[in-house]
Ligand binder design. Structure first.
Ligand SMILES: Cc1ncc(COP(=O)(O)O)c(C=O)c1O
Length: 373
């Protein structure tokens, strides 16, 4: 029986383990020197002045929504083709997500559709670098400037990506990274707000720590949360961040192996990376040709799993999630490009230490499975 190939697998080196062990032997396990070091490292990668470490990407997004003062009645233009946290951070504060359809060539929001969706109630744009694709971020920034809107970049999937000479995390008012184990670098669970705005950084720092101000231990200036990152997670993150270039190069190499292996398979589209060398590869998402329906995509996943190949649908559109339908009255047919794509996409195994043999095994099982559709 050939070895199965997992969907993802973190890239943990001996130096990362050493950094965690040393932290466990230190007196500080929360809010200490490792958190600061990790914050500085990520801020530098994003070309920002501040990094504020938190316990998840979702927490980071929530803090940004609060810090940007987005609340009841404020419309925020965002994508239905993302992980639910992109929308949830708005729903937490009763701000209103206004979905626009995506550009089929990047899977990111269509900037034209974004501009057309702007109204008097629009207060912000919340775009996502879907799967690490940097396409259009300069255009969202131009739109935000033109219409005097806030721009919150959900760069949870794009650490280390670039658009020309601009790094992911450098667009708009602030950005948020995430460090779940399938991400480019991981802290187990974790996230980071990045910004150049001193006030926003101070607010995020206070709100992640129960709204404390800096004057005294139990002095709370505002409503806050416990969104702190532990020193143990930060130590892992700081060690991983030192290896980011190496990790991204390995992921680009795996994407190259896939391109080589699957480029000629007529039944699928490869991931739509605008500039593959500048993208930060997060997941490897293929799409079945339009002549296949969603039932066949699901059957394909079943066959892959039976053959020991990890896979998942990526993404189920946010506007079709049951609670979003209920809260916002959204329904099928509203965003036809998103829906057409989401019905046919699936993530294949992808991680930095994936071998040529594993890529070949995925190809063999995938091609056999496609023949059975
Ligand atoms: C686009 C996007 N936004 C937000 C998040 C939320 O991050 P977390 O799972 O760390 O809360 C993720 C993580 O999967 C994501 O991919």
């Amino acid at each position: 029986m050939p070895e199965s190939v997992p969907l993802s697998s973190p890239d943990i080196a001996p130096a990362d383990i050493q950094a965690v062990m040393e932290t466990l032997q230190s007196p500080r396990l929360s809010i200490g020197p490792r958190t600061e070091a990790f914050e500085q490292a990520v801020a530098k990668i994003a070309g920002r002045r501040h990094g504020v470490a938190v316990n998840s990407g979702t927490s980071g997004l929530h803090l940004c929504v609060r810090a940007l003062d987005l609340g009841p009645g404020d419309q925020v233009i965002t994508t239905p083709f993302s992980f639910v946290a992109t929308t949830n951070c708005l729903l937490f504060e009763n701000a209103r997500p206004v979905f626009v359809d995506i550009d089929p060539d990047s899977y990111n929001m269509d900037p034209q559709a974004v501009e057309e969706a702007i109204t008097d109630q629009t207060k912000a744009i919340l775009p996502v670098e879907v799967f690490g694709n940097m396409a259009h971020f300069d255009r969202y920034e131009a739109l935000a400037k033109k219409h005097n809107l806030r721009l919150l970049e959900d760069c949870c999937e794009a650490l280390g990506g670039r658009l020309g000479d601009r790094p992911a995390g450098s667009f708009g008012d602030c950005g948020v990274f995430a460090f779940y184990p399938n991400k480019q670098i991981t802290t187990g669970e974790g996230g980071m707000v990045v910004t150049d705005d001193d006030k926003l950084a101070d607010l995020a720092r206070s709100m992640r720590n129960q709204g404390r101000d800096t004057s005294a231990w139990l002095s709370h200036a505002r409503l806050g949360y416990n969104y702190r990152m532990s020193e143990i997670s930060a130590a892992l993150g700081a060690a991983q961040a030192q290896r980011l270039d190496e990790i991204l190069a390995k992921r680009r190499n795996v994407a190259g192996m896939y391109r080589q292996a699957l480029g000629e398979v007529a039944e699928i589209h490869l991931p739509p990376m605008a500039q593959p060398q500048q993208a930060s590869w997060f997941v490897y998402v293929i799409r079945l040709a339009d002549r296949y329906g969603p039932g066949q995509r699901d059957r394909l996943m079943e066959l892959l799993r039976q053959g020991g190949i990890g896979c998942n649908p990526y993404f189920v559109p946010i506007h079709l999630q049951p609670y979003v339908r209920q809260m916002l009255g959204t329904r099928a047919g509203q965003f036809p490009i998103t829906e057409r794509i989401a019905e046919r996409t699936l993530a294949l195994p992808f991680f930095s230490n994936m071998s040529q043999e594993q890529v070949s095994r995925v190809k063999t099982v995938l091609c056999e499975a496609i023949k059975k559709l």
